[in-house]
Design a protein around this ligand. Structure first.
Ligand code: FES
Ligand code: FES
Length: 155
């Protein structure tokens, strides 16, 4: 599976093995399409060979890093999760960062109306399971990013 390839061969261990059955999305990474689109892929149920020739983003790629590899700036979603105390143990967090980032990137291409924001977030993250926080901190953080990023909401 792709998660084994990432962890064991590339030492990219930020994605999390939760259920191992495609249910929790803790293992999700981003598959970048040639047309600029992005979508989540669950690496616990997807063979590594299926990514051959494809462009992916793991959780390690979200923050901005300096020349020595140290993180110098979190992504907007990551920063919002910190500020909202969205997570406790953090096991689910890479998956939530992935899902929320894909949502924001989708809205950049296809903005929604203000009245649709909460429902859109719930739909986008409904498959992500967190056993600690009850989700509210995550959802509120994503809503703040969507409302404060120009161009994601119209009208
Ligand atoms: S670990 Fe992949 S979906 Fe749960
Ligand atoms: S913060 Fe612990 S599982 Fe989500």
């Amino acid at each position: 599976m792709m998660i084994d390839f990432l962890h064991e061969y590339l030492n990219l261990t930020g994605s999390r093995l939760g259920c191992g059955e495609g249910m929790c999305h803790a293992c999700a990474i981003i598959l970048d399409g040639p047309d600029g689109s992005s979508r989540e892929i669950r690496t616990c149920i997807t063979g590594a060979h299926l990514f051959e020739g494809k462009s992916v983003r793991t959780i390690e790629a979200h923050a901005e890093r300096g020349a020595n590899g140290d993180v110098i700036r979190l992504s907007a979603i990551q920063q919002a999760f910190v500020e909202h105390f969205s997570f406790q143990c953090g096991y689910c967090t890479p998956g939530f960062v992935t899902g929320a980032t894909v949502l924001v990137e989708h809205l950049m291409r296809k903005p929604i109306r203000r009245a649709e924001v909460e429902r859109t977030i719930e739909q986008a993250l409904a498959q992500h399971i967190c056993r600690c926080t009850g989700y509210v901190g995550y959802y509120e953080a994503v809503r703040d990013v969507i409302l404060s990023t120009p161009g994601l909401v119209r009208g």
